[in-house]
Design a protein around this ligand. Structure first.
Ligand SMILES: Nc1nc2c(ncn2[C@@H]2O[C@H](COP(=O)(O)OP(=O)(O)O)[C@@H](O)[C@H]2O)c(=O)[nH]1
Ligand SMILES: [Mg+2]
Length: 238
């Protein structure tokens, strides 16, 4: 099976080189999957693309570029490219800032091999944690998850907003990505919602989510508004 890590980047110059190097090292240890990575860069002004270009000679790394329309829009473009052009059977979502430990990749793939279609790296099941977060940050995140679980109705999943996931392409093909109608971070919740609607076999695996050491978060106030409004839209129809 071919597997593609879809990696959205915006101003990740100081992370992306090290991350690609780490990913390639881990790919060498994985035997049952043909591992690839697709960087989806939204014309970062900081020179992220220059760093990625150094890796494009190898056949495991590719990149697509475009205008910045938010995290969800970047994932939609990346998924389409990975499925249609790269013919990937399994897609990963992952942040490019080392908050998601690349060493966890085999753990996700094991569950894909076990037959699951939507594997979530969960901070909120035993073994999962957010050790760098203080009380405030934990409260915001659990508030977001509460909305997703109770308002949007995704109560069976403990971590609805995690951005570390492995998903079978066959499941993505059942979902009309153009209908997700979200631009920013709400993409995560909406995609999960569609997966549940399509009766996906969902599995959560524990992850330790650490704060980025380099660069800054790209989450904006408008993402937070979109997220809360969107929870109600999912519940009460469009
Ligand atoms: N292509 C693209 N990547 C984005 C965009 N917004 C965020 N990202 C990337 O998505 C990942 C998660 O973003 P981050 O700012 O770390 O979010 P946080 O972890 O919730 O603070 C990182 O790799 C970012 O570079 C965007 O609009 N376009
Ligand atoms: Mg981050």
């Amino acid at each position: 099976m071919k597997c593609c890590i879809v990696l959205p980047t915006y101003n990740e110059r100081d992370n992306i080189g090290k991350l690609l190097k780490t990913l390639l090292e881990i790919f060498d240890t994985i035997k049952d999957f043909d591992m690839n990575v697709l960087v989806v860069d939204d014309n970062s002004p900081d020179g992220t693309q220059e760093v990625v270009k150094k890796f494009l000679k190898g056949k495991r790394v590719s990149m697509i570029t475009g205008e910045k329309h938010g995290l969800g829009a970047a994932y939609i473009r990346g998924f389409k490219h990975a499925i249609e052009k790269l013919k990937a059977d399994v897609l990963f979502e992952m942040d490019a800032d080392f908050s998601h430990d690349p060493k966890d990749i085999p753990k996700f793939l094991k569950e894909i091999k076990n037959g699951y279609g939507f594997v979530i790296g969960s901070r909120y099941i035993p073994g999962g944690d957010t050790p760098d977060w203080g009380f405030d940050r934990k409260l915001i995140s659990s508030g977001g998850n509460f909305f997703a679980r109770v308002i949007a109705g995704l109560y069976k999943v403990k971590d609805c907003t995690s951005g570390y996931r492995a998903i079978r392409s066959s499941l993505i093909k059942k979902i009309n990505l153009n209908n997700l109608k979200v631009k920013g971070y709400s993409f995560q919740m909406n995609l999960l919602y569609e997966a549940v609607k399509n009766k996906a076999k969902i599995k959560e695996v524990p992850i330790i989510f650490v704060d980025r050491h380099v660069g800054t978060s790209k989450i904006e106030r408008k993402d937070v508004y979109e997220f809360f409004i969107n929870s109600f839209k999912l519940r009460f129809g469009k």
